[in-house]
Design a binder for this molecule. Structure first.
Ligand SMILES: [Zn+2]
Length: 263
């Protein structure tokens, strides 16, 4: 029985891929909030929008050091609608999208108790009560913005999930980042979770939202104020992104094994 011969097109494509230098991967990093939208706040008055921008800059430096091209959705402390972040990301056509945020708890008791890290990818429904709470908090920035949430949010998200081939990759990206972030942070592991985040819904690339700490926790917020801790967090996220990009490159550039030996 004859073996399956690859098509001439597949053969040529494989040869071209083998000969051409690998394209430089591109990552869009999205520092949460900005301008009048300050995000969460620490007991000492440290703002989520400030820490997320600083860690984004450190993440950019860490990834650029590894030859990755990095674009930030905002470079400064400016207001940027969630819809504009999505538009920016899709115009850039990145290989990966990472949104950076900090968690916060509403009550004094919970603020004193909860610390640690959590990584999300998009889902039509939240993976639990806690995931739902985080998504509602982060989605609040879209209220009153130029592009409000669609009236039928669930239908919009489901349609988007069907469209998006990147969903399984987003899950893989989330685990790659989270597994490195937990030991680097030294904080509690709140797991990889899924929730309907507005900023992730329209992004075509594999996308995650990282809650890299609880800014409402007294001790953790003091850690988050330290430059060397921010570097450690940024490096861990960069390592996860790089591992994901490496896996994806191997998967998407299969060598022409079947055509390398003439019959
Ligand atoms: Zn946030």
């Amino acid at each position: 029985m004859p073996g399956r011969m690859p098509s001439a097109l597949a053969f040529c494509t494989a040869l071209l891929l083998a000969a051409a230098p690998a394209p430089r991967p591109r990552v869009v990093v999205d520092p949460g909030h900005g301008g009048a939208q300050e995000g969460a706040i620490s007991p000492d008055g440290l703002l989520e929008k400030t820490v997320s921008l600083d860690v984004a800059r450190r993440l950019k430096a860490a990834l650029e050091h590894e030859g990755v091209e990095v674009l930030l959705t905002r470079e400064q402390d400016v207001l940027l609608a969630l819809a504009d972040r999505v538009t920016f990301a899709n115009q850039a056509r990145p290989d990966v999208f990472v949104s950076l945020h900090l968690n916060s708890m509403p009550t004094r008791r919970l603020r004193a108790k909860l610390e640690g890290v959590q990584t999300f990818f998009l889902s039509a429904s939240a993976s639990g009560e806690d995931a739902r709470r985080v998504a509602e908090t982060e989605n609040a920035d879209s209220a009153g913005a130029a592009a409000p949430l669609p009236s039928d949010t669930l239908a919009f998200i489901l349609a988007d999930l069907r469209r998006s081939e990147a969903h399984a990759d987003s899950a893989r990206l989330a685990y790659a980042v989270h597994s490195r972030l937990v030991p680097a942070s030294g904080g509690s592991d709140h797991g990889v979770q899924q929730a309907p985040f507005y900023v992730l819904t329209g992004v075509d690339a594999p996308a995650v939202l990282v809650e890299f700490g609880f800014i409402s926790h007294p001790e953790e917020s003091r850690k988050l104020a330290r430059p060397e801790y921010r570097d450690r967090v940024a490096q861990a996220i960069a390592d996860g992104v790089r591992a994901f990009l490496a896996q994806t490159a191997v998967r998407d550039r299969r060598p022409p094994v079947a055509s390398s030996t003439p019959p």
